[in-house]
Design a protein around this ligand. Structure first.
Ligand SMILES: Cc1cc2nc3c(=O)[nH]c(=O)nc-3n(C[C@H](O)[C@H](O)[C@H](O)COP(=O)(O)OP(=O)(O)OC[C@H]3O[C@@H](n4cnc5c(N)ncnc54)[C@H](O)[C@@H]3O)c2cc1C
Length: 565
């Protein structure tokens, strides 16, 4: 372990300054909880300045018995946070094997109790109290880091599509980050003083001062150690869930809470379509509505609590039957072998065939309306295309930021395709103008969207609207191309055909949520299907748990049998 010099003057957020933090983030352990932690940990007395873990390392829980532990941004040699006596170091990602965002450095006279993360996972399983206290604290800490933008991760570059892609990935995966724009000369020089930045393009700077130029979202995920949560050395499982939208997350939480070894593969971001929703108002238990981001964070926390392993961003590209189960090929050519598979890959938004539109994607043309996109139309005009609930919600949400929102629908009446409550709100909203029987006919702009043209059905003349933000919410296609050669029946539109509940034509493979033919395209139904399918999965696993013959691929089945004799 290396040492870092202790700074003389500390200006930092402290675990004891309750005025600027969420109290939930710094709970006090009961005697019983402390005893459990002590029985699983070891006491260390590091010297002042000793690095307990570095940015990019996997890390353990450290309970500070005396002294303190500083979380340091080594890029700027700045103490970001001090964990003081009685408090503990730990964050949500820790339970998922994620690497530390920031290094931890011991202060003078420090004594800590180190509890290895493996032991901590076991404690969370066996102790309801520790599980409650730790998970609430981890959740509050992640929210705090997101709010402060203090995760050690910097996304830097020009305010363009590339940067927006990385910001969206960070936001949707709940990663705390800070943006530094080249146009902000002061912030850029400050970052450049400690990190050598390129003259052009987008860069990611990690807490280890690692600079990644023009990174893909997967480069970003693997730099943070979040792409293969818990899957590095074992790609076999009882149940593989493809897709981490509401249906997939519900299936994973239910299955893992009932003792199955679950792996979830997610292509883009946890939360699926719901994760990009600004406010879900028709989900039971949230009378004031809940944002997709909040719902996703809670679902993720629950999945982690029960030990679900998560692989993201990776997409399933093929499924085949092997002795004792199924092999799912991922887009990095790796395989996951599972006894049973739940398809929860949902749907993806359609794109409009308007010349020049794809060139402006991410530069004024969007397929989601979250806080990130809303900033673009703040005090400006926004145009939304679509007649379903998602379009209605987007229009209402954007109307909180924009001066005026134009909503274009091909139908005569919004109520043909939209929930009545949404249609009524839109029709009575002072900043929303609904254009029935109207279509988008053109987009204009070079670096950024500048103007759109609209045309009413049966009308010759086009109308021009100057806008920096066009939101396309025009229906969706199922994400099922990866199943084309799998022997899973799809309907003519590509949705997965199911019978007897959620069984597909391939025994052992089940489908839930929006990807399933005939499903109700709602969060509640996706969550319901994802939860209920697990009882069918259990029956399948129990019925087929007879001794199997075959090759090494029966191992997945054997591991299930060993735990469920
Ligand atoms: C903006 C918006 C607002 C909405 N608002 C509401 C609302 O207020 N109320 C409501 O009830 N419903 C709402 N909906 C609909 C609701 O979000 C969906 O019905 C629900 O998310 C469906 O869940 P799902 O898990 O089946 O699929 P999805 O949410 O589509 O999730 C599927 C996941 O699978 C992943 N995936 C796809 N293919 C692969 C692959 N090959 N490998 C790995 N992963 C893959 C996707 O990236 C995605 O994350 C809204 C939708 C949108 C877009």
């Amino acid at each position: 372990m290396t040492n870092v010099p202790l700074p003389d003057d500390l200006t930092y957020y402290s675990s004891r300054r309750q005025d600027d933090v969420d109290a939930l983030a710094w709970p006090v352990f009961s005697q019983r909880a402390l005893e459990l932690l002590r029985a699983s940990g070891e006491v260390l007395r590091p010297g002042p300045g000793e690095v307990l873990w570095d940015a990019g390392d996997p890390y353990d829980l450290y309970l500070v018995i005396a002294g303190g532990v500083m979380l340091v941004d080594r890029r700027e040699d700045r103490v970001v946070y001090v964990i003081e006596e009685g408090d503990f170091v730990g964050e949500l990602g820790m339970l998922m094997g994620q690497r530390a965002f920031l290094p931890g450095v011991a202060m003078d006279g420090t004594e800590v109790l180190r509890v290895p993360v493996e032991a901590l996972r076991r404690l969370v399983e066996i102790s309801g109290e520790l599980s409650d206290v730790l998970l609430s604290a981890f959740d509050a800490r992640r929210r705090m880091l997101m709010r402060l933008g203090e995760g050690g991760l910097v996304l830097a570059g020009d305010d363009d599509r590339d940067l927006h892609r990385l910001q969206e990935f960070a936001e949707r995966n709940q990663l705390p980050y800070r943006t530094v724009l080249r146009s902000d000369s002061q912030a850029w020089s400050a970052l450049n003083a400690t990190t050598i930045l390129p003259g052009t393009g987008t860069v990611v700077v990690t807490g280890q001062r690692r600079v990644i130029q023009s990174p893909s979202t997967r480069d970003l995920a693997s730099a943070l150690g979040i792409d293969l949560w818990g899957l590095s050395d074992d790609t076999r499982c009882d149940l593989l869930v493809v897709g981490a939208g509401p249906a997939g997350l519900a299936a994973a939480v239910t299955a893992a809470s009932e003792g199955l070894d679950v792996v979830v593969v997610e292509d883009i971001a946890i939360g699926g379509q719901a994760g990009s929703s600004s406010r879900i108002e028709n989900y039971l238990g949230f009378p004031g509505g809940i944002s997709g981001a909040e719902l996703t964070r809670a679902g993720l926390l629950q999945a982690v609590k029960f030990g679900t392993r998560l692989v993201s961003p990776r997409s399933a590209t093929a499924l085949s039957r092997v002795a004792g189960g199924f092999r799912v090929r991922l887009d990095d050519e790796s395989d996951v072998v599972a006894c049973a598979v739940v398809i929860a890959s949902g749907v993806r938004y359609r794109h409009l065939d308007v010349p020049g539109l794809s060139d402006l994607e991410g530069r004024g043309v969007y397929y989601a309306a979250t806080e990130l996109e809303a900033r673009v139309v703040s005090h400006r005009i926004a145009v939304v295309v679509g007649g379903a609930n998602s379009a209605g919600q987007a229009a209402l949400f954007l109307a909180r930021h924009a001066d005026q929102v134009h909503l274009l629908t091909r139908r005569d009446d919004l109520r043909e395709t939209m929930s009545n409550y949404l249609a009524q709100r839109l029709l009575h909203h002072e900043r929303v103008t609904v254009h029935p029987r109207c279509e988008l006919s053109g987009v204009h702009g070079t670096d950024w969207l500048h103007t759109v043209t609209l045309r009413g059905h049966g009308q010759e003349q086009e109308v021009q609207v100057d806008t920096p933000g066009l939101f396309l919410m025009i229906g969706a296609d199922p994400c099922t191309t990866w199943l084309h050669d799998a022997g899973v029946d799809l309907d003519p539109n590509g949705f997965v055909v199911t019978r007897d509940g959620f069984a597909t034509s391939l025994p052992g493979v089940f489908a839930v949520g929006d990807a399933r033919a005939g499903s109700v395209k709602r969060v509640a139904s996706a969550v319901g299907e994802g939860s209920v399918v697990i009882s069918v999965v259990h029956s399948y696993l129990a019925d087929t748990a007879a001794p199997l013959t075959g090759t090494g691929e029966v191992e997945a089945r054997k591991c299930f049998q060993a735990r469920n004799p």
